[in-house]
Design a protein around this ligand. Structure first.
Ligand SMILES: NC(=O)c1ccc[n+]([C@@H]2O[C@H](COP(=O)([O-])OP(=O)(O)OC[C@H]3O[C@@H](n4cnc5c(N)ncnc54)[C@H](OP(=O)(O)O)[C@@H]3O)[C@@H](O)[C@H]2O)c1
Length: 430
């Protein structure tokens, strides 16, 4: 076994620049555990100005910056490539070139993994190269390795995550300060928690990518992006957030992948979390993943879902895993070896409590007509909260568990009835 593994980086930005810092900080510990020394030789960037701060930072760790991908991909001395550029192309082609050249690959790129993961996993297996991506889900939280190793013996009932820091920060502002969606977004952008184009975060797409990866690790099923139900937090009203709180819930953007007993259901949406649920206390930009399983019952993993050092720590743990694979002669073994035939649950198999906010003329006849109509369609009321606004009222309802098929029928009837305005409908998690 080699005494030194040479590393090439594709990207040296927020995440990439943390990797040499972690390697330096824990050098002796890493050397003892991995049994090798990791040396970063080169990093690919878009522009490498001699006088730039980036160049100085790389120089401090003896890393050569280059703007030519082939300097990394065709360097025969480089054993491991770390892809931290982001987006699909050219990252995907570069990873394939690295694997085809027999190099081991680490990536933090959830967009790429959710859309092309199986293809890359298959290529790594064919080429007998290692392929790890712990940092792609919830940054610094070691959730993928926990599912693969520590929870290997357990039957997973559901994995629920607050896996997007931007939206969790915004929802915390809306809940704790009563901020509007627009104010919360502006504040998140001012503090650097949201990008100038926040679409991927607020639309739930970023969380969806992570739930696709988590579904693979929890159930061995390769779910495609269009099989995940998705709603973001755009348009979420402060009235709904406030009413939920009065009813004893906190609104969070939740990603869930669950075993319904008739297939799995994967969804990302704002949901009501009971105030005493451990996920309710996850505030600001923090992330958390709650795993409900047969043996352990409930376990929660909490920490920073992004940032230079947390994310780089996950990447360096992947480097150590590669050294361990070399020692154990198991290179090419996929990160997750559990596979099952994919079965997606239908609406009738998905059961939950739901929150409904319905605008209705404020008179006794209309309110009792509404509750009577809902009862007739199979709704049982867990909680009711009426908010009067002059001649209008808003009836906030928490139902007892209903299946999603029944709920969709109810929503159709409400939308067609001019007497009522369906203001919102959100799932309640248990
Ligand atoms: N930020 C986080 O906390 C976090 C957490 C978990 C996962 N991730 C994932 O980690 C990856 C990297 O994120 P990041 O925040 O570090 O991004 P970033 O700060 O924008 O860094 C990207 C780096 O890649 C380089 N790059 C991008 N496209 C390139 C191209 N076509 N050719 C050459 N160089 C290119 C950039 O070079 P220039 O600077 O010269 O443009 C920069 O060095 C993404 O997949 C992201 O989803 C990030």
């Amino acid at each position: 076994m080699k005494k030194q593994l040479n590393v090439g980086m594709l990207g040296f930005g927020v995440v990439g620049s943390g990797v040499p810092q972690i390697l330096a900080e824990s050098a002796e510990k890493i050397r003892q555990i991995a049994g090798v020394e990791f040396v970063i030789k080169k990093a690919l960037v878009r522009s490498a100005d001699e006088t730039s701060e980036l160049m100085k930072r790389a120089g401090r760790y003896g890393i050569e910056l280059t703007t030519k991908a082939e300097d990394v991909l065709e360097d025969g001395e480089i054993d491991v490539v770390i892809e931290v550029m982001g987006k699909i192309e050219p990252a995907k082609s570069f990873i394939k070139r690295a694997m085809n050249a027999g190099k081991h690959v680490i990536t933090a790129n959830k967009d790429l993994l959710a859309q092309h993961g199986p293809e890359l996993v298959a290529l790594a297996k064919k080429q007998q190269t290692a392929f790890y991506y712990e940092a792609s889900v919830a940054g610094g939280i070691p959730i993928l390795r926990t599912l693969v190793n520590s929870l290997a013996a357990d039957r997973i009932e559901s994995v629920m995550g607050i896996v997007n820091g931007t939206t969790n920060y915004m929802l915390t502002q809306m809940t704790q300060l009563g901020a509007s969606y627009d104010t919360a977004l502006a504040e998140a952008q001012r503090l650097g928690f949201a990008e100038s184009d926040p679409t991927n975060d607020v639309s739930g797409l970023d969380a969806l990518y992570k739930m696709v990866i988590l579904s693979d690790f929890a159930y061995g099923m390769e779910v495609s992006v269009d099989e995940v139900a998705r709603r973001g937090i755009e348009g979420l009203s402060t009235d709904v957030v406030k009413a939920s709180e009065e009813l004893g819930f906190i609104v969070k953007l939740i990603g869930i992948t669950e075993d319904t007993g008739h297939g799995i259901h994967v969804e990302v949406a704002p949901m009501l979390v009971p105030a005493d649920h451990p996920l309710a206390s996850v505030a600001n930009e923090n992330n958390s993943v709650f795993v409900k399983s047969f043996g352990i019952n409930g376990s929660m993993y909490y920490g920073p879902g992004a940032g230079t050092l947390p994310t780089a720590t996950s990447i360096v743990s992947d480097l150590i895993a590669i050294a361990e694979d070399m020692k154990a002669d198991r290179l090419g073994t996929p990160f997750n070896v559990y596979h099952m035939p994919k079965k997606i649950a239908d609406d009738a198999s998905i059961t939950s409590r739901f929150f409904l906010a319905i605008g209705v003329p404020n008179n006794k006849g209309q309110l009792s007509a509404l509750t009577g109509m809902l009862s007739g369609m199979g709704v049982e009321f867990d909680q009711l909260l009426q908010k009067n606004q002059g001649e209008q009222a808003v009836l906030n309802i928490v139902t007892y568990p209903l299946d999603l098929k029944t709920l969709r029928n109810i929503l159709n009837v409400l939308s067609d009835d001019e007497a009522y305005i369906l203001l919102d409908c959100l799932r309640v998690i248990e």
